[in-house]
Design a protein around this ligand. Structure first.
Ligand code: HEC
Ligand code: HEC
Length: 151
């Protein structure tokens, strides 16, 4: 037998042995790779009103993270060019005599003021829910060993 034929036979044998141990691939979604996506379970968002007891603030996982919203937001949407109900509470540290988490300095314009001289919201911060989102209590889909840097 010449050398080329030997190599060819050896390769064929390897492929056959490989195929014997073949198991269909299962995706991380738990279905066949070619199967359509299953619709995810519907998880309800919190209906908790702002300031209605615990859970109060959700701890942040990294320094630059926009904090998650721990209360319902439906009542305050949509945010339009003229109206932003989020600001009723978050423009200062108090609303109707109750303590509120005030938005940081980064959210206020450094050059513009309102006509009455009060601080003006930075345009890039107007659409609050572009960065801040409410959270649902859903388990991680895959194991996650990420450790945040803020306790
Ligand atoms: C009626 C007052 C009120 C309104 C309106 C309101 N919030 Fe809040 N918000 C609160 C209070 C009070 C808290 C503190 C947590 C709690 O007790 O619910 C809070 C917490 C938050 C936090 C978490 C801050 C942190 O440091 O973790 C974010 C982010 C936030 N709100 C964003 C929003 C956005 C965006 C809107 C508009 C869609 C909004 N809020 C509308 C009162 C309000
Ligand atoms: C471009 C993204 C972005 C937008 C838009 C935005 N935020 Fe934030 N927000 C952040 C980040 C990042 C932080 C944390 C760092 C900081 O304070 O700047 C934060 C912090 C906050 C905090 C907590 C402040 C503190 O010091 O504990 C509140 C409350 C808040 N934002 C409310 C709002 C509201 C209300 C709006 C809409 C008027 C808004 N944010 C728009 C990114 C954003």
């Amino acid at each position: 037998m010449n050398k080329t034929v030997t190599i060819l036979l050896a390769s064929l044998l390897t492929v056959m042995v490989g195929c014997a141990g073949y198991e269909p691939l299962v995706s991380m979604r738990g279905t066949e790779v070619s199967a359509a996506d299953k619709a995810p379970d519907q998880k309800p968002y919190s209906e908790r009103s702002p300031g209605a007891g615990s859970p109060a603030l959700i701890s942040r996982t990294f320094t630059e993270q926009p904090p998650l919203i721990p209360h319902a937001v439906e009542k305050y949407e949509p945010i339009t060019l003229k109206a932003n109900d989020c600001l009723d509470c978050h423009i200062s540290d108090e609303f109707k005599g109750r303590k509120m988490p005030k938005m940081g300095d980064s959210h206020f314009s450094k050059i513009r003021k309102e006509t009455d001289g009060s601080p003006s919201v930075e345009t890039s911060r107007w659409q609050c829910i572009g960065c801040h989102v409410p959270q649902v209590d859903a388990p991680a889909l895959v194991e996650n060993r990420f450790i945040g840097n803020i306790k």
